[in-house]
Design a protein around this ligand. Structure first.
Ligand code: SF4
Length: 463
């Protein structure tokens, strides 16, 4: 007799109902969303809650349909009954959705944190063990638009040579006037082009030096050229801290660093602050090995499990390694396998180098196993003790690397495969990529929470 209502078409435990309930609980004004309070005058703006529903839906549903494009979301508003139910049959156009995204970049990040806090409050995040890892996500920028100081210098040298060649051609043409026909106008035009290019090159170099930049992309100044499995790409390095309990991402950061060497301390400290704990146990791969940061983490009551990455003996396996020398802390010296002492030679920024006496090494029966030089040197890192404690911890818990892999790799696999498709951002600049990653991480965490608790339980906890 009566047409079926939208309400009847949406199952009780559907994802959109969870999103609806969760967003309704948020204080959007406090999270930093624009237009959270309607203006007294003028045409009422779209309710940010409705648009947040839409974003949440787009990304949450993106796990199945891969909808990240705002134009596709606009289309979904017109034909998809789940979206119609979620945003009360509103039909925001592409520009409205894009503006909402543009104007609320910071708010997406705070919303992501709010969901982490919710997960923590309902026991989905235990905080016993956290695994840290990083992955490169391509920026919306072409590598052809990427400038690098070294490349510019090489280009400047090439241009210098070509300009010199054209000038020499012009001289030769002057001398040979009357003997042969040379198109001087064409040479002058080519020269003018090269000189303009040279001028551009020098201005670029001067500007980059004044800004302290080694590299710069004219399409996206915040992105950096990074090594990825597909080769060098203009990208961002996304860091995540994943809780071992249910694999939820409790903290993430979009960074401009090409590698992970300086990321351990900031990410571990941020994860600890997010959890509100006095202590934390963290594991990461060898790329995070950094003596200074090992020390800093220890001082912040963070127990770290990272395989220490030390420079190996350049002589290869046949030569004694550093651990074959025993350190005498009292006298600050090393003893070698032949029982001779290596004394302090020099210090540099806290690092120390010790050397054996030439006379000791000259007559040593073990010399062939020790050094190919006149005497043997051994270096000691400024944070050597922190490296040694780390090596001991790793020896006692070799299973940590296996655990790290199983905790931290699935989230990146999911984010890249399902949400980012080709592992590429849609938004530009650091602020835009942070907002996009925050939406993706919220969607990932929502999915994880739903698969652990189920929609009904989630709604019960939210309600
Ligand atoms: S070569 Fe020198 S440092 Fe090496 S074991 Fe012999 S004496 Fe010691």
């Amino acid at each position: 007799m009566f047409p079926v209502s939208l309400e009847e078409l949406i199952p009780e435990d559907h994802l959109v109902r969870v999103i609806d309930l969760y967003v309704a609980k948020l204080d959007l004004g406090q999270l930093g969303f624009e237009n959270a309070q309607p203006k007294a005058t003028g045409r009422p703006a779209y309710d940010p809650a409705d648009q947040l529903y839409l974003c949440g839906y787009g990304y949450g549903y993106g796990y199945f349909q891969r909808i990240r494009s705002w134009r596709r979301l606009e289309a979904e508003c017109q034909r998809n009954i789940e979206v119609m139910w979620l945003i009360n049959r509103l039909k925001p156009d592409f520009k409205t959705i894009a503006d909402f995204r543009k104007n609320n970049k910071v708010a997406f990040v705070t919303t992501c944190r709010a969901f982490v806090q919710f997960c923590r409050s309902v026991g989905l995040i235990a905080g016993d063990l956290v695994a840290i890892d990083g992955s490169k996500f391509q920026a919306v920028a072409s590598s052809r638009r990427h400038l690098n100081l070294n490349q510019l210098k090489r280009q400047e040298e090439t241009l210098d040579k070509r300009i010199a060649q054209y000038l020499a051609d012009l001289d030769a043409a002057d001398k040979a006037e009357g003997e042969q026909v040379v198109d001087r106008t064409a040479i002058k035009a080519a020269l003018a082009k090269l000189e303009a290019k040279q001028q551009d090159n020098r201005s670029c170099q001067a500007l980059m030096k004044s800004m302290g930049l080694e590299q710069f992309n004219t399409h996206e100044s915040d992105a950096r050229m990074m090594r990825t499995p597909k080769g060098a790409r203009v990208a961002y390095n996304v860091q995540t801290a994943v809780d071992a309990g249910h694999g939820l991402i409790l903290h993430h950061e979009v960074t401009q660093d090409g590698d992970d060497r300086k990321q351990l301390e900031p990410i571990a400290k941020a994860a600890k602050a997010e959890l509100g704990q006095d202590t934390l146990t963290v594991t990461a791969d060898m790329g995070y090995s950094n003596g200074q940061q090992f020390q800093a983490c220890e001082e912040a009551s963070i127990t770290v499990y990272v395989p220490p990455n030390r420079t190996s003996n350049p002589g290869g396996e046949t030569l004694f390694e550093r651990q074959d020398f025993s350190y005498d802390a009292e006298e600050d010296r090393y003893q070698c396998a032949a029982g001779q002492w290596l004394t302090l030679k020099q210090r540099y920024k806290g690092d120390r180098i010790y050397q054996a006496a030439v006379s000791d090494c000259a007559g040593c029966a073990l010399k062939a196993q020790c050094t190919t030089a006149q005497r043997r040197y051994v270096s000691r890192h400024a944070q050597e003790e922190a490296f040694e404690r780390m090596a001991q911890r790793m020896q006692l818990h070799p299973e940590m690397m296996e655990r790290r892999r199983s905790i931290v790799e699935p989230p990146f696999g999911n984010l890249k495969q399902w949400l980012f498709g080709n592992g590429r951002f849609l938004l530009r600049q650091l602020e835009g990529t942070k907002a996009e990653m925050a939406l993706a991480v919220t969607a990932y965490n929502l999915k994880r929470a739903l698969s652990v608790l189920g929609a009904r339980k989630m709604m019960q906890l939210m309600g």
